[in-house]
Design a protein around this ligand. Structure first.
Ligand SMILES: Cc1cc2nc3c(=O)[nH]c(=O)nc-3n(C[C@H](O)[C@H](O)[C@H](O)COP(=O)(O)O)c2cc1C
Length: 223
């Protein structure tokens, strides 16, 4: 009988084969668990008068665990950085040289999504509740929504690191203030946060080396 002796190279190949197959199945399953969300059309006709909203703009840190309806989420993200001039694709927040380098990730109990302003969708990133990684303060893991503002340096001028850091931080500030104003208009609670373990969060989110977390912002109903 021709009984072939098991050889170490074949064993190794088999191990690698099973490992790769397992990883592929695992990643496709976890991506499948979280489906893309087509948000309702943002309601751009409402809101309270700007001067009253400015009077009410403030930071709050007392969040209820109540979820935000999809319509509110759509309005919030459009206000933050949605497309307000479809003919040019320009946004509600300005960016230096119109680089549009700030991506908004949305961390909720069901998982992590990326806001796609063009399709008005939430694209699945991670089927995991990573809210606690978006900040160390107690309310962060209880509040329904934590926005994470991520600069994509691949969209900016190469070799101009200092300028890119300055512009991406500035551009994030405009987005954050839009969120503040929308929240003040709608009676929602919000706080922008710089106290974030950025390397840990970037790792958890699976960001590339040229993507950096700038700030996070919690949004929800007042407790
Ligand atoms: C860049 C930046 C980072 C901030 N980081 C935090 C933070 O990590 N945690 C927090 O609770 N508040 C944070 N805040 C909120 C400020 O504490 C708050 O805006 C300030 O106390 C003034 O309050 P107001 O927003 O109600 O005017 C931050 C604000 C800014 C602009």
């Amino acid at each position: 009988m021709d009984m072939k002796k098991p050889n170490r190279r074949t064993d190794m190949k088999n191990v690698i084969y099973y490992l790769v197959t397992f990883l592929l199945i695992f990643t496709s399953l976890s991506a499948q668990e979280l489906k893309p969300v087509l948000l309702p059309e943002p309601q751009t006709g409402g809101g309270r008068p700007l001067m009253q909203v400015l009077k009410d703009r403030k930071t709050s840190r007392d969040f209820s665990t109540k979820k935000l309806p999809e319509q509110i989420l759509s309005n919030l993200l459009w206000a933050a950085c949605g497309i307000n001039r479809p003919e040019s694709g320009k946004r509600t927040a300005p960016t230096a040289m119109n680089k549009q380098e700030i991506d908004i990730y949305v961390s909720m109990a069901e998982g992590l999504y990326l806001y796609n302003a063009k399709s008005n969708t939430l694209e699945p990133v991670l089927a995991e509740d990573i809210r606690e990684f978006t900040g160390g303060q107690g309310f962060v893991k209880e509040a329904p929504v934590n926005l994470v503002f991520v600069a994509d340096f691949s969209k900016m001028r190469q070799g101009a690191e200092e300028q890119n850091i300055f512009y991406s931080a500035t551009d994030t500030g405009f987005i954050s203030q839009n969120v503040y104003l929308y929240c003040a208009s709608e009676g929602l609670a919000t706080v922008v946060r710089g106290m974030v373990d950025k390397p840990a969060l970037e790792k958890k989110m699976g960001l590339r080396a040229d993507q950096k977390v700038i700030l996070a912002q919690t949004v929800g109903y007042l407790k």
